[in-house]
Design a protein around this ligand. Structure first.
Ligand code: MN
Length: 375
């Protein structure tokens, strides 16, 4: 099987920053961009320069970092937006128009042909200034398919290098994504981008499905932050690219550090059970699971923790068994008799049922008490 033909455009610094309450400083944006580049992400969407002079300064600073990644920024299909992008020295501009009738009626209040014609002239304008152009359809998932096809084919004719499909409101399921992407790749030779939101909890699944159906540029954010329920999570999409798509080139060992950086800067805590980067993503408590993992980790770990720079952890609790406890006691440098292990295990279960987390300190105390108590 051939590896997926994809690239990543990480939009943490743009869509991620549009998460309610999130604002990154220039230094923070530069630090995030640096690590994204080390991971090997091909495109970094650095911001939306027309937003403010400071935002423009941030995008310019990232363009000037000399990273391997291409730097992209967002622009409405307006001359002042595209000029701001040109001023920032970016490699690529993402020029977007909303294409659904609902958005066109509400936001533009003019016929869709007129909206498209204006946008196409901006595509040409950006091209004439040497920028790579991504032509993006906002709310594409709720757009009349006939019109969407016209948007993409005419965008390609007017010099767009990439065509972007945004499921702006997280409207689609994976099967729907598969159907629409499979069709869109027949419309034009230009590479297709997929931008998914998480309103149905399907953003990463939809992005991964789009890759399988032939989409080229996958849009992600670190920790899946973004407007409302967020975007497709970089860490999830990258692990899928590696383990399902055979894409070997990304350095996944940096993912946890990147996640922690974005967690700190965004002040959006990562859920414990979040795939790949969550505290519990490689933690086990069940006695049945741990006994099997001690024989062969593949029994209950499809994603190897080392792959993403993490370590396996065993948590003691009400579901723990003897093997797990023996393993943890040995890890702390102690050894107990069978009877002592059984006794400590009973204590662990009682603690756990009182919602007490068994930390190393607590376990150590239990072990020492046990040793004291026996002759
Ligand atoms: Mn978005």
């Amino acid at each position: 099987m051939n590896a997926w033909h994809v690239e990543i455009c990480d939009v943490t610094l743009r869509d991620g920053e549009q998460t309610p309450g999130v604002s990154f400083t220039r230094e923070e944006k530069m630090n995030i961009a640096q690590v994204l580049d080390e991971v090997g992400v091909e495109v970094i969407e650095a911001g939306f320069p027309i937003t403010s002079p400071y935002e423009k300064e941030c995008v310019t600073a990232i363009s000037n970092l000399g990273l391997s990644a291409r730097i992209c920024c967002l622009a409405r299909a307006r001359k002042e937006d595209v000029e701001a992008a040109i001023d920032c020295g970016v490699d690529m501009v993402s020029i977007f128009i909303a294409t659904s009738d609902l958005h066109i009626r509400t936001k533009y209040r003019k016929p869709r042909e007129q909206v498209l014609a204006g946008a196409l002239s901006m595509v040409e304008f950006a091209r004439d200034h040497g920028l790579q152009v991504r032509f993006a359809a906002e709310d594409a998932s709720r757009t009349d398919p006939g019109f969407l096809r016209e948007v993409f084919t005419r965008g390609a004719e007017h010099g767009a290098d990439l065509l972007s499909f945004a499921d702006t409101v997280g409207y689609l399921t994976p099967l729907q994504v598969h159907a629409i992407v499979s069709e869109m790749v027949t419309w034009t030779e230009k590479p297709l981008c997929i931008h998914c939101h998480n309103d149905l909890g399907c953003a990463s699944a939809n992005t991964i499905t789009a890759a399988e159906a032939g989409a080229f540029q996958l849009h992600t954010t670190v920790n899946g932050i973004g407007e409302r329920a967020g975007n497709a999570a970089l860490e999830e999409v990258l692990v899928a690219c590696r383990l399902k798509g055979g894409v070997e080139r990304y350095d996944l060992t940096l993912i946890k550090r990147l996640s922690q950086l974005v967690e700190a800067y965004s002040r959006i805590p990562v859920s414990k059970t979040k795939a790949v980067v969550g505290e519990n993503a490689f933690a086990h408590e069940s006695g049945i699971h741990i006994a099997a993992i001690l024989e062969d980790p593949l029994t209950y770990e499809f994603v190897p923790p080392e792959l993403v720079g993490r370590e396996r952890r065993f948590i003691l609790g009400k579901h723990s068994g003897r093997h797990a406890l023996e393993h943890e006691v040995a890890r702390l440098g102690y050894s107990l008799s069978d009877a002592q292990i059984c006794h400590v295990l009973d204590r662990v279960k009682v603690y756990s049922e009182h919602k007490c987390t068994i930390t190393d300190e607590i376990l150590l105390e239990l072990v020492k008490n046990e040793q004291k108590g026996s002759p």
